[in-house]
Design a protein around this ligand. Structure first.
Ligand SMILES: Cc1cc2nc3c(=O)[nH]c(=O)nc-3n(C[C@H](O)[C@H](O)[C@H](O)COP(=O)(O)O)c2cc1C
Length: 301
């Protein structure tokens, strides 16, 4: 069965991708995962310069999910291009690099650099990392979102995905701004800011005090935002948030997502995404669905 999807200029062999920060730079998963089955891989966010990340502890388990405050620990874009990209571009699936700048200019500089590299299917702009002091949460402001996407588009030929934050009152104007700036798709959601407390010590558990909540706990929130954006903005949506089962995948597609990314589930089941691709085929056959776009956004009330 043909599961391929097209999100403006971004073409994927199937709509199931793995989410940034939950799959390393793929090498780590090589023994466990058949990459050829995946719709795509979004490797861990890279920044202009190496970052040490936040003080530990950086993760804590919560009810139906986890909090993380990694703080974009990474070795920088030059190391990514020299060390990770040569491996990633050999993989038989779409590689979507993921970058975060401290300023709009940093996004543009990195996009220009990486846009000249062969072997990438797209570029995801992490406008939404909640764990970094210094205002990386650009996607709380429509004007900033529009400008970064437009400026990146001017220097980078790759299909662009704007990754949006759920930590806003209304995500629709921000998704609209990303579309106006020329994004081929928006991906949502990144994590929801939360915290965990050790009351006996009267202390926060995370070194960063607050962290991003992810996993099944956030699925209803993610579904609402995907549904809101998909019916109000003419831009393909990549749904993210707590996806673990094939029913989760189908719910996001019906809500209006053209593709999905699997995040936290990779930590407790690294092969979950490849299994979901197989189950998507089986589900389409069982329900007489001839192509994925046929079911996208079919929610009725
Ligand atoms: C440990 C961890 C690290 C993450 N790092 C990144 C990152 O570097 N860049 C990014 O865009 N998203 C990052 N995310 C967010 C995920 O890509 C995803 O948007 C979020 O976790 C929601 O999906 P999920 O509930 O399936 O995990 C991270 C998530 C986790 C749990």
């Amino acid at each position: 069965m043909n599961l391929s999807v097209t999100l403006n200029r971004l073409r994927l062999q199937n709509p199931i991708l793995v989410a940034s920060g939950t799959f390393g730079y793929a090498r780590e998963m090589a023994g466990a995962v058949d990459f050829a089955k995946l719709g795509g891989i979004s490797p861990k966010t890279v920044t202009r310069l190496p970052r040490a990340g936040n003080a530990p502890p950086r993760t804590v388990e919560t009810a139906s999910g986890m909090l993380n405050a990694i703080g974009l620990d990474n070795d920088g874009i030059d190391h990514f291009i020299a060390h990770h990209l040569p491996y990633l571009r050999t993989l038989p699936t779409a590689i979507i690099a993921n970058i975060a700048g401290k300023t709009a200019d940093e996004f543009v500089e990195m996009a220009a650099k990486i846009g000249g590299e062969p072997g990438l299917a797209g570029l995801e702009l992490n406008l939404s990392c909640p764990n970094v002091s210094g205002g990386l949460d650009f996607a709380t402001d429509p004007n900033v979102t529009r400008k970064i996407v437009a400026d990146v588009r001017a220097v980078c030929p790759l299909p662009l995905i704007a990754k949006l934050t759920p930590n806003v009152t209304n995500v629709v104007p921000i998704a609209q701004a990303a579309a106006d700036g020329g994004a081929d798709a928006v991906s949502l959601i990144n994590t929801i800011v939360g915290m965990a407390i050790d009351w006996r010590k009267r202390k926060p558990i995370l070194g960063n005090v607050t962290g991003g909540l992810s996993g099944p706990a956030i699925k209803p929130w993610a579904l609402r935002l995907v549904w809101n954006v998909a019916r109000n903005v003419r831009v393909p949506v990549i749904g993210i948030g707590g996806i673990t089962t094939i029913d989760d995948v189908m719910e996001f597609l019906v809500a209006g997502a053209s593709a999905v990314q699997i995040g936290t589930a990779n930590f407790f089941d690294p092969t979950v995404s490849t299994r979901l691709v197989e189950q998507l085929t089986a589900t389409c056959v069982e329900f007489g669905i001839k192509s994925v776009p046929e079911i996208v956004g079919t929610l009725s009330r």
